[in-house]
Structures are given as C-alpha cells and as structure tokens.
Design a protein. Sequence first.
Length: 138
Amino acid sequence: MSETLFGKILSGAIPCHKVYEDERVFAFLDINPLSAGHTLVIPKEPAPTLDALSDESAAALGRALPRICRAVIAVTGVKDYNVIENNGSAAHQAVLHVHFHIIPKPSRDEGLGIGWPARALDPEAGAKIAAKLREKLR
Ligand code: AMP
C-alpha cells in the first residue's frame, strides 16, 4: 500500500506541529483546525481504519488519548471537546491512516458541528443485532 500523508508526517517528509510522541503514538496539530488546539492523534502503525489496528497500538492510543486531552484542555482553557475518529470515505475519512481528532468546543459556533439523525431503537431489531454482535465478540 502506498504511504499516506500521515505516513509522510511520521517519516518527517512533511512537516507538522508535533505535540506528543511515544513508541507507538504520535500527535500533531490539524492543519485546518475547527478550533484552536485541534489535535490529531495517530498510531505509528499504518492501519487505514480502526478495525484494522493491532491490540498493541490500540492499547497505546487508549493510554495516550486521555493524557493528550488533558493537555489540550489545560493549554486552551476549554473544558468541552469532541474526540472523533472517521472510518471510510462515506464516514468523512480523508486520510487512510487511523487518526483521532481532539477538537475543543469553545462555543456553539466553533469546534465540531454534528448532525445526529437519531431514531428510536426497534426492540426486536435491537435484540437481533445485539445477539449477533455478542456471538461475534465471544
Ligand atoms: P479526516 O477527514 O478524519 O480524514 O481528517 C483528516 C484531517 O487531516 C483533516 O482535518 C485535515 O485538516 C488534516 N490534515 C490534512 N493534511 C494535514 C497536514 N499536512 N498536517 C496536519 N493535518 C492535516
């Protein structure tokens, strides 16, 4: 698979404003922020989507994410924020390398705006899909 934009950032071929690095995780400022402090947190492993990520990278991301969130809150002074991770082009993923956005929400007009077209869960359909998921996850 060809190297993605974020692979090039990891290798240093493309510059970035780095904010964090450990053995498995790297974080840097988004070049088109939705608000000040908008940070991208990526695994060094070049997995395109979250479902393709190894347990080791997932664990490292799980450890680093809250720490980086705390730093973003402390530095921006904004305590409300969204963490979002898009998978696939229909789900708004532009760069095929797993990345978590940490996006401060300083006001109604800044930060992430979300459409959330919720509908009530049909109990029968819900029971069916939950049973299938439990089976798959056993
Ligand atoms: P997504 O739509 O979830 O794939 O998000 C990709 C993100 O990468 C966008 O928010 C872009 O602004 C950001 N981005 C693209 N190129 C760069 C770059 N060179 N440095 C930092 N962030 C970037």
